[in-house]
Every structure is written in C-alpha cells, then in structure tokens.
Design a protein around this ligand. Structure first.
Ligand code: SF4
Ligand code: SF4
Length: 87
C-alpha cells in the first residue's frame, strides 16, 4: 500500500479521496498553512494554497487548525491508508 501522488489513489483499496482538500473560494492566501506544516507540503501560487507534497504529509492536522478561513477540509485518514513511515 502506498500513496500515488499523481493519481491520488491508494493502491490497496482503490480509494481516491484525499484526507485534505483546499476550498479555493475560501482561501485568502495568508500562508499560515505553509508556516505551520512540519513537512513542507504547502505552497502558495497566485494567492491560493496548494497541498503539493502529499506524500510527505504527517497527518498532524496543524494546517487545518491554523487556517483562519476554514479553507482546509480535513478527513481523518482511514486505518492504514495514510502516511507510510520509513526508517
Ligand atoms: S496535516 Fe500536518 S503534515 Fe500534513 S499538510 Fe497539514 S500541517 Fe502538513
Ligand atoms: S491557511 Fe487557509 S487561507 Fe491561509 S493560505 Fe492556507 S488554506 Fe489559504
């Protein structure tokens, strides 16, 4: 099981829903998600946030709580379908 960041598909289940979504109409481009993310997943482009490096996400939800505009939709990752830790 692994994230395929290009197709956003989880191999084992065929699930296609990401656990984070950005509501572009609510995003004000404040960069707080960029600042709080410990994994460098976010970037701002043309005044909007993009959750870019999906495969690096630690599922900490810091971006969700930091967003002042409720522009980030968070779904709890389902068991065994989130981040893959490598030692
Ligand atoms: S859940 Fe945590 S690691 Fe994942 S994008 Fe948000 S702040 Fe970054
Ligand atoms: S914290 Fe929210 S409003 Fe600010 S840039 Fe990120 S998604 Fe957009």
């Amino acid at each position: 099981m692994f994230w395929d960041a290009s197709s956003l598909k989880v191999e084992r289940t065929g699930k296609t829903t990401r656990h984070i979504e950005v509501l572009k109409d609510k995003c004000v481009g404040c960069s707080r998600c960029v600042e709080v993310c410990p994994a460098g997943c976010w970037k701002i482009s043309e005044g909007k946030a993009f959750w870019e490096k999906v495969e690096n996400c630690l599922e900490c939800a810091a971006c969700f709580f930091a967003c002042p505009s409720e522009a980030i939709v968070w779904r709890y990752p389902e068991g065994g379908e989130g981040v893959v830790y490598r030692l």
